[in-house]
Ligand binder design. Structure first.
Ligand SMILES: Cc1cc2nc3c(=O)[nH]c(=O)nc-3n(C[C@H](O)[C@H](O)[C@H](O)COP(=O)(O)OP(=O)(O)OC[C@H]3O[C@@H](n4cnc5c(N)ncnc54)[C@H](O)[C@@H]3O)c2cc1C
Ligand SMILES: NC(=O)C1=CN([C@@H]2O[C@H](COP(=O)(O)OP(=O)(O)OC[C@H]3O[C@@H](n4cnc5c(N)ncnc54)[C@H](OP(=O)(O)O)[C@@H]3O)[C@@H](O)[C@H]2O)C=CC1
Ligand SMILES: O=C(O)C(=O)Cc1c[nH]c2ccccc12
Length: 411
């Protein structure tokens, strides 16, 4: 991989921006550009659109915010979709979206490096086969590009199956099994719920504090209530109201081993990115004892786990619900725009634009709502520059995968 010199790759000049990633964020930027008559090339490492949703999520996943908070720019969800669309419905929406804006990503192209060349003023984006060159680079590889697999003491000695939630599909293989689920974010909670539906015996590790809110309160989405209140009231007051609402709906979650952080749920999400759990049924299963809450793991043994409170238990399987991370530091070279964790240093709402034609979409810690915000801004900004060089173009006359092959010299 690293041994290939650029000359051995096909060099491809792209008149419009290069977008890395064909998830909702990359597609949203391509659509907004296409709508304004600006061509782009989308490079995607897998063989499909929205690969996170198609390949790395479990069967029972549904959007946990109402659909109008998860819409991409320029196209609404179908009217007949439920308030919380299923994973399959979301995928079909994304596929119709790409078709509507004639976005045809180049699949099976993993971006290995992207580097700005100060001499030419252009970005060189290298995949396993080609070097794409453009004035603009849009980073759309997502906050969830790679699973986080923590280095838990003794994990490699465990003799049973160990899977990350990104590889978990359903509890069907876990019937009557005792399963240790490490992590209590939305994935951990929902996997425990799914395991119960298949008569497995989940034990969920809670090593820290966590906010749990009901997904709905009196038939209204809690997230929607929060967004409405934020129009009139300060964040801290809204967070306190959400905590009252949570207490009246779920009871005192502290008693279940789920201590709440000192910072309120929305403030914590904004500041650290830690998403509150939106409960869709796990809490009542914890109350009924079907899901057991455990302390932090001290050590994994061949057949189970030792916990920090001194207890020891046997398990058949371990599921790591330990979250995800960005992969930008692995491939974007010399960028002072990103932290070492691969997130923009500039906070929302100004993290979408860097220097030298660099843009980022979908790194706002605000889900698809943040994606839509970034995508519109990026398309406006690039279109303005595009028009200076090219003059206005009609979108109907544009092919979105407009690329020029400069020379072929592949060994
Ligand atoms: C289980 C789960 C459920 C979620 N539910 C919601 C929800 O209900 N509402 C909400 O608002 N948000 C939700 N989110 C947040 C989620 O981040 C968004 O839904 C959305 O998928 C983000 O889109 P994205 O395009 O930024 O990233 P992704 O969907 O991750 O897409 C990034 C794409 O980039 C590709 N890629 C990565 N690296 C490279 C590379 N080096 N070269 C080429 N291609 C590359 C990936 O293969 C992928 O296709 C959820 C997240 C998870 C994990
Ligand atoms: N229905 C939906 O729409 C769903 C949405 N999502 C979204 O996907 C994103 C990712 O969620 P999720 O996969 O839950 O990841 P999160 O990052 O939200 O949660 C990870 C969990 O793993 C714990 N953890 C990490 N490392 C360790 C360790 N070494 N030992 C013990 N515990 C550990 C964390 O604890 P700690 O806090 O102590 O670090 C935390 O509880 C979120 O934005 C979430 O909202 C996920 C599932 C469903
Ligand atoms: O589901 C996710 O991961 C999201 O990021 C959606 C989301 C954005 N802001 C929030 C605040 C509270 C709960 C979920 C979200």
């Amino acid at each position: 991989m690293g041994t290939c010199r650029a000359e051995e790759h096909r060099r491809i000049f792209v008149p419009g921006p290069i977008i890395v990633g064909a998830g909702p964020s990359g597609l949203a930027v391509a659509a907004c550009l296409s709508n304004r008559g600006v061509p782009s090339v989308v490079l995607e490492r897998t063989d499909c659109l929205a690969s996170l949703w198609q390949k790395r999520t479990y069967d029972r996943l549904k959007l946990h915010l109402p659909k109008h908070f998860c819409e991409l720019p320029l196209m609404k969800f179908p009217k007949n979709f439920p308030k919380y669309p299923s994973k399959q419905q979301f995928i079909s929406y994304v596929e119709s979206y790409a078709a509507r804006f004639n976005i045809k990503p180049v699949f099976n192209k993993t971006v290995e490096t992207a580097e700005f060349d100060v001499v030419s003023g252009l970005w060189n984006v290298k995949t396993q086969d080609d070097v794409y060159t453009s004035t603009w680079l849009v980073v759309a590889t997502g906050e969830n590009a790679e699973p986080v697999v923590p280095d838990i003491s003794g994990l490699k000695n465990f003799t049973g199956p160990v899977v990350h939630t990104s590889a978990y599909k359903s509890g069907s293989e876990f019937a009557n099994r005792k399963v240790l689920v490490v992590g209590c974010g939305n994935s951990g909670m929902e996997v425990c719920l799914d395991l119960c539906r298949y008569n497995a015996l989940p034990h969920m590790v809670v090593r820290n504090s966590v906010h749990v809110l009901p997904r709905e309160f009196l038939g209204l989405s809690t997230f929607g209530i929060a967004m409405t209140l934020l129009k009139w009231f300060p964040l801290k007051l809204v967070d306190n109201l959400l905590l009252l609402l949570a207490e009246s709906s779920l009871g005192n979650t502290d008693r279940l081993g789920l201590r709440r952080p000192k910072t309120g749920p929305i403030e914590l999400k904004n500041v650290t990115g830690k998403t509150p759990v939106l409960d869709v049924g796990a809490i009542s299963l914890i109350q009924s004892g079907h899901i057991r809450v455990t302390q932090a793991v001290k050590e994994i043994t061949r057949s189970g786990a030792k916990f920090v409170d001194g207890r020891e238990m046997e398990f058949d399987s371990i599921i790591l619900a330990t979250g995800y991370k960005s992969n930008v530091p692995d491939w974007l070279k010399d960028s002072s725009f990103f932290t070492k964790e691969g997130m923009p240093k500039t906070p929302f709402p100004n993290g979408w634009k860097g220097e030298d034609g660099l843009y980022t979409v979908g790194f706002t810690r605000r889900g698809l709502l943040g994606t839509a915000f970034d995508a519109v801004k990026i398309a406006e900004d690039i279109t303005e520059q595009w028009m200076k060089f090219n003059g206005p173009l009609r979108s109907s006359s544009i092919c979105t995968s407009h690329i020029i092959h400069l020379h072929f010299n592949k060994s």
